[in-house]
Ligand binder design. Structure first.
Ligand code: NAD
Length: 470
């Protein structure tokens, strides 16, 4: 008998992507993929559309973003439902992701015309000022785990600054990406925006095209490295927002029940498939035992059947990811970690994985050193807060971390010592609207969010206006 088909997210010879519904493994409708020629045509046509779009006043480009935001809002439920079916993300969270995309477009529409308007102090018979110009054709390559919000932010910032855009959504949510593209293309002038559905090979064709001026990649660290090599040959500006291995540090002066709630939220939300998920936990001895008991209780509650599903926790995006997550868990167990709950692939269909709590972990283990894109909370018990910070700071990623403490001194110590783009104190998620951060090391380079993304998507030209002498 033939091997069962577990995942199929690479384009096949028929030029289509077929993916399986992660809830039950049933086949979803095939989506046609773009060809190499489509890449060349999209980049060429986007360049052709550039002068007209660049000459459109920024306020009008912002008004176009507002219209796209409204159209996206009208189709929000349909897109969220597709996102749910293709990636397993709960519909309410998928809808929140679409509405975050709407908000991102609106923010850039309003903010971009005001961004960094500045003049310089020169002599009185001259004027020195800075003008922002688009970089050109932007290639935007996005992941599946928050496909609409991430894409809208990057595409909105690129467009409002006067760039034309070629977007390649993830092959793990091709229909979601295609529908999002229809919303943008339905409002923008011809050829200002293109969507190319396809897999990694198509992405490589796009980012390696000599006609591309700026590349933005949100996705895994391994892919970010590959794209960096391709972009080195073209000279395009490259913005890289990649994986994370975020630490949670639990001080001994906090309520262990609250700390467990924070840890569970950080490690299990979206079944652990967030770039800023809690990936490793360093808890001080004084609260460790109670913290672990409460964390296991929360994991067990998630592992019980849901109201109308075999599991409360949503499935992972596909079997390929489930295998990768389980392999890391098994490696940890082989090397001395203990599973307090979870750690077993459930029987039945769908790519479900249980909320898993591991103890006895150390930085020697792959599960502590590498991103685990699943609902796994590996815990190391540390003697003191200083030991916890020292262990947490040994990492090659640099996205974010969280410290739970009632001591301002300890909070500031973590801020100072953690070599990451964002340090969160007493809350695993959150942040001001429009916030940005600069990831470090293996987590990326450049600003993929916030007002600074408008800088990434534009060039500065300094203009010196001198009164003439007859
Ligand atoms: P991925 O890098 O595998 O894929 C992302 C996109 O890159 C897809 O569209 C894919 O087709 C494309 N791609 C793959 N190989 C390519 C190549 N050689 N050339 C050009 N394009 C290529 O990532 P993923 O699995 O879709 O997403 C999960 C990862 O994204 C996790 O590591 C997560 O932490 C990260 N992520 C980071 C952020 C952030 O802001 N830092 C946000 C969301 C997700």
């Amino acid at each position: 008998m033939a091997e069962p088909v577990l995942w199929l997210s690479e384009p096949d010879v028929s030029g289509e992507i077929r993916i399986l519904d992660p809830h039950d493994g049933s086949a979803l409708p095939a989506v046609p993929v773009a060809t190499e020629q489509d890449v060349a045509d999209a980049v060429h046509n986007a360049r052709h559309a550039l002068p007209g779009w660049r000459a459109t006043p920024i306020a009008d480009r912002g008004a176009a973003l507002h219209r796209i935001a409204r159209a996206l809002g009208e189709r929000a439920e349909a897109i969220a439902e597709l996102n749910h079916r293709e990636t397993g993300r709960p519909t309410s969270e998928a809808l929140a992701g679409v509405m975050a995309g709407v908000a991102g477009l609106e923010q850039y529409a309003e903010y971009a015309p005001l961004h960094r308007a500045s003049s310089l102090n020169g002599p009185s018979d001259a004027l020195d000022l800075e003008r922002r110009e688009p970089r050109g054709v932007a290639a935007i390559v996005t992941p599946w785990n928050d496909p609409v919000a991430v894409a809208c932010g990057l595409i909105g910032a690129a467009l409002v600054m006067g760039n034309t855009v070629v977007h390649k959504p993830s092959e793990r949510c091709p229909a979601t990406g295609r529908m999002l593209g229809e919303v943008f293309a339905g409002i923008l002038p011809r050829d200002v925006f293109h969507t190319l559905v396809g897999g990694p090979q198509l992405g490589a064709e796009l980012v390696g095209d000599q006609g591309v001026d700026v590349v933005a990649h949100v996705g895994s660290t391994a892919t970010g490295r590959e794209i960096a090599r391709l972009v080195a040959d073209t000279g395009a500006h490259f913005i890289r927002e990649n994986g994370g291995n975020d630490a949670l540090i639990v001080d001994e002066n906090v309520d262990p029940d609250w700390a467990a709630e924070q840890a569970a939220t950080g490690a299990f939300t979206n079944s652990g498939q967030l770039c800023t998920s809690v990936e490793r936990i360093y808890v001080t001895e004084g609260v460790a035992s109670e913290f672990l008991d409460r964390l296991v209780e929360r994991a067990n509650a998630l592992n019980a059947p849901g109201p109308d599903a075999p599991h409360s926790l949503a499935p992972l995006v596909d079997e390929r990811l489930r295998e990768a997550v389980h392999e890391q868990v098994e490696d940890a167990l082989l090397r001395g970690a203990t599973a307090l709950t979870g750690a077993e692939i459930p029987s039945g269909s769908g790519s479900y994985y249980p909320a898993t709590v591991l103890t006895g972990c150390s930085n020697e283990l792959r599960i502590m050193r590498e991103e685990t894109f699943g609902p796994v909370a590996p815990v190391q018990v540390c003697g003191t807060f200083e030991d916890a910070v020292a262990a947490a700071s040994e990492d090659r990623y640099g996205l974010a971390c969280t410290v739970l403490t009632h001591s301002l001194e300890h909070a500031l110590e973590a801020v100072d010592r953690m070599d990451v783009g964002t340090v969160k104190v007493n809350g695993v998620f959150g942040g001001a609207p429009g916030g940005a951060a600069q990831p470090r090391h293996d987590s990326g380079d450049g600003f993929g969010y916030g007002p600074e993304l408008l800088d990434e998507m534009s060039h500065v030209k300094v203009v010196h206006l001198q009164a003439g002498v007859l």
